[in-house]
Each structure stands twice: as structure tokens, then as C-alpha cells.
Design a protein around this ligand. Structure first.
Ligand code: GLU
Length: 301
């Protein structure tokens, strides 16, 4: 009888700052999902955008994950040194006519608002110089199933995304899809902010003949003022007690945690959570936290 393929999950933070309470949800969630199925869990530091990398952040992230007892498989992958792989992917897309040069300047792009209107889709006007490369995304994308949120059929919200930026950096969208493919990632469990671009990333996978991982999007955290927690926007890093971090994260995922575990070590929390999942505790129940991933935090300053 053929054995079922191994699950490979991953956590892919960008080293733009230390992990905060919101990133812990993606870290712990993706870990529990992969490990509870006997799968691999990879760690990839998404440093493709050198301009957003903060010195020391990568090291801090590794120490934070260790403190939470989230052990990863194999070497930590980074992106900055893999430009040639992204270059090959872009070349393949160009050859298939799925990527096109864009001459729009920053100022023009700002004037378009949230959605790129496809100005350069049909070719560059005479005298215009290519600045970036974009992916051609159809207006209607095939529906797909999110593991927690069910059927999704949102069109690409920002129009055709940039793959290679005018400043020479490859975009996250391309690097992430290529790396998930190269690393054999079979499931992506990540923050809910990326739910709306997943249809477009799946289109990119199809265009590059890569398999589609299964996707599941977890709740997002907001600051008390309604802004999203973000590493680069100086949200308070998680610097606290690993025991509390586990308890809080599981609670945000809709779990009931036992009083007896308060103050337990990260290893005890991790092993307890894995045991609960073996007993069919769902990783995340939307009903427990509401469908729109909104959880306000009052965050100590
Ligand atoms: N690098 C992204 C971030 O830090 C996550 C990308 C992903 O999980 O696909 O928000």
C-alpha cells in the first residue's frame, strides 16, 4: 500500500523586527499543525526585501522560537542569496507571456490607488522604459478552499502584482511561492492578512507548474487603536514569559487551557497541545473568535 506523503509545514517570518504576539499565532499554529500530523516544520527567513531587514532581528527570532520550544527541521533557509532561482522563475513566466514589463513610476502608481489598473498590460507606450515586471493575473481566479474559512473566490485585490521591483529586489509574492515549491511545502498555515492574496499566489503556482499547498489562515491581532500588529511598524515585540505566550496564543485560537498548566514550561505546553490535537482538538475554531480574525489586545507598553 503506498504510504501517504509526509506533511511539510513552515513558518516564514521576515526579519524586519522581533516576533510579536500576532506572529506567535502563525509560529505556534503552523508548528502544531505540521507536528500533530507527524510532519516536518521548516523555518524560512524572508529577507528578500533587503530594505526591510533589521540588523539582529533574524537572531532574535531564532531565540524567541527556541524559548517557545518550537524546534524546526533542517537548516534555516534565507532568500537574499537565492536571487538566481527567482530570476529563473521570472524568465519562465516571461517566456510563457505571463509576466510583462511595467514602466509606471512610483508617482503614477500612487495615483492609481489600491488597485493597479493594468496600464502596461498590452505593452509599453513608445518612449516608455521598463522599470519593473508584473504578473498577468486573470480577473476571475479559480475558487479554492481555506482550511478554516472555507471556499474563497476573491479576485486579485491589487490587480497584477509586481514580481521584480524597480529597485532590483524580487517581490515577496514571487520569492515565497518559489520557495514553498522548492522546499516541498505541502501546507501553509499563516496570518489572516494573507488570505486575500492567496488566490493570486495559487495562480502563480499554476503558472510555474508548482503544486498548490493546502492553505489555512489564522486570526490577526490588532492594536487597541485598530491598527494591525506588524514587525516593521514597531509593534511591541513579545518578550515575555513563554508559558504565558503559549497560553495566550492557544486562547486566541479558541482553545480552553487548563489552570493547572499556568506557569508550565514551553516544552510542557507544546507537548500538552500536541497531545490535545492527537485527541482531535481543532487547531482553530472560527466560531470561537469570529470570522474576521479581529481580536483587540490591550498591550502593555
Ligand atoms: N514573510 C511574511 C510575513 O512575515 C509571511 C509570508 C507567508 O507566511 O507566506 O508576514
Amino acid at each position: 500500500m503506498p504510504s501517504s506523503p509526509t506533511v511539510t509545514g513552515r513558518f516564514a517570518p521576515s526579519p524586519s523586527g522581533p516576533l510579536h504576539a500576532g506572529s506567535l499565532i502563525a509560529a505556534i499554529g503552523s508548528y502544531l499543525s505540521a507536528r500533530s500530523q507527524g510532519g516536518h516544520w521548516l523555518l524560512r527567513l524572508e529577507d528578500v526585501d533587503g530594505g526591510r531587514v533589521r540588523p539582529g532581528a533574524a537572531d532574535t527570532i531564532l531565540r524567541q522560537l527556541e524559548a517557545l520550544a518550537l524546534d524546526w527541521d533542517g537548516p534555516v533557509q534565507t532568500q537574499a542569496a537565492r536571487k538566481n532561482i527567482y530570476q529563473d522563475a521570472l524568465k519562465a513566466l516571461r517566456e510563457k507571456g505571463l509576466a510583462y514589463p511595467c514602466a509606471c513610476t512610483r508617482q503614477e502608481i500612487r495615483s492609481f490607488g489600491a488597485r493597479y489598473p493594468g496600464t502596461c498590460r498590452q505593452g509599453l507606450a513608445a518612449g516608455r522604459q521598463p522599470r519593473s515586471w508584473r504578473l498577468r493575473v486573470p480577473d476571475v481566479l479559480p475558487p479554492w478552499e481555506d482550511r478554516f474559512h472555507g471556499r474563497q473566490d476573491t479576485p486579485a485585490p491589487q490587480g497584477d502584482p509586481v514580481l521584480l521591483r524597480a529597485d532590483g529586489y524580487f517581490a515577496y509574492v514571487l520569492a515565497c511561492v518559489v520557495d514553498d515549491g522548492v522546499q516541498g511545502v505541502s501546507e501553509v498555515v499563516r496570518g489572516g492578512d494573507l488570505l486575500i492574496i492567496t488566490g493570486m499566489q495559487r495562480h502563480l503556482q499554476s503558472a510555474l507548474a508548482l503544486p498548490h499547498p493546502q492553505y489555512g489562515h489564522l486570526p490577526l491581532l490588532y492594536n487597541a487603536d485598530g491598527s494591525k500588529l506588524s514587525k516593521s511598524a514597531d509593534s511591541p515585540p513579545w518578550a515575555g514569559d513563554p508559558s504565558q505566550a503559549w497560553e495566550e496564543t492557544l486562547r486566541l485560537l479558541g482553545w480552553t487551557t487548563p489552570a493547572g498548566l499556568q506557569g508550565a514550561s514551553a516544552v510542557e505546553w507544546r507537548d500538552w497541545a500536541l497531545m490535545r490535537m492527537a485527541e482531535r482538538q481543532p487547531l482553530y475554531r472560527i466560531a470561537a473568535t469570529g470570522p474576521h480574525q479581529q481580536t483587540a489586545l490591550s498591550w502593555p507598553s
